[in-house]
Write a protein that binds this ligand. Structure first.
Ligand code: PML
Ligand code: MG
Length: 262
């Protein structure tokens, strides 16, 4: 079947002014929508930005633009939930997964030691697994992964089938992790939310899948984390191509049982 035309709809909300003037990041969101669903998409993002536990925004931007590039369809990463008794246990497990993905201990240690510098960013930072150094030059913004989504009907079937949570937070994080891990330069992603009321995070990679860890920070902590550990980006051109993939390549996540319908 031919793809319908899709639009990328994006939202960012901040408090005490827009992000670029030092405002505190409150919420962001990404949707791929058809033309006829645009009103709903804008409303979903508006509500997301208005109802966030990081606070009331006084700045919000919602924009949409038509996508002209072909959309890639990829299968969701496999999900596993690891129940933890404490944050310490959760952090330890995240180290184990990152090492399993092939990252040296000293690189993980450096990332953990430096992450508080990045915890107010609205986007992700890229860390080179060889040197442990940050690679992106996005200053205090971070890289925002965009143009990805998972159509709700397909997502709900997947969630029913695997008995996974059906909430939009898990869906959005899994969509993002799946897109990021699909790129061969991504070794792994480490993430937890900047929402003070949400303490589950994850480590994801193409080989580990999406490993949810139920305690990766303490309740009330507004410091989030999103790091992409990368390898093989040897030149500025490689880095730019990778960032372009994250920001611009349109991706729809699709559970395989449904694939033959397209
Ligand atoms: C976020 O809310 O910004 C990230 C959430 C990460 C964990 C989602 C999950 O429960 O799997
Ligand atoms: Mg968030």
């Amino acid at each position: 079947m031919q793809d319908k035309k899709f639009y990328s709809v994006r939202m960012r909300a901040a408090q005490k002014g827009p992000h670029e003037r030092g405002g505190k990041h409150i919420s962001g969101g990404e949707i791929l929508s058809t033309y006829s669903d645009l009103k709903d998409a804008v409303n979903v993002l508006l509500e997301k930005g208005l109802g966030h536990s990081r606070g009331k925004p006084d700045f919000m931007q919602i924009q949409f633009e038509a996508i002209h590039e072909p959309i890639t369809r990829i299968k969701p990463l496999q999900v596993k939930t690891n129940e933890m008794n404490s944050v310490e246990e959760g952090k330890e497990l995240s180290w184990k997964f990152l090492e399993k993905a092939g990252i040296q201990r000293q690189v993980i240690e450096k990332a953990y030691a430096e992450m508080t510098k990045y915890s107010a960013f609205r986007g992700a930072i890229l860390v080179d697994v060889q040197s442990g150094e940050r690679m992106d030059q996005s200053n205090d913004k971070g890289i925002r992964v965009s143009r990805m989504d998972w159509l709700n009907t397909n997502f709900k079937k997947w969630a029913d089938h695997y008995n996974e949570p059906k909430n939009s937070r898990v869906k959005e994080a899994l969509v993002l992790a799946t897109k990021v891990c699909e790129h061969p330069a991504t070794v792994a992603e480490l993430c937890w939310s900047d929402d003070p009321e949400y303490i589950t995070g994850y480590v994801a990679s193409s080989s580990l899948g999406y490993q949810r860890i139920t305690k990766l920070k303490e309740y009330g902590d507004e410091r989030g984390c999103r790091i992409f550990f990368v390898d093989g980006l040897k030149s500025a051109k490689d880095l730019n191509t990778y960032i372009r993939y994250l920001e611009k390549q349109p991706v729809i996540i699709q559970w395989e049982k449904e694939l033959d319908k397209f």
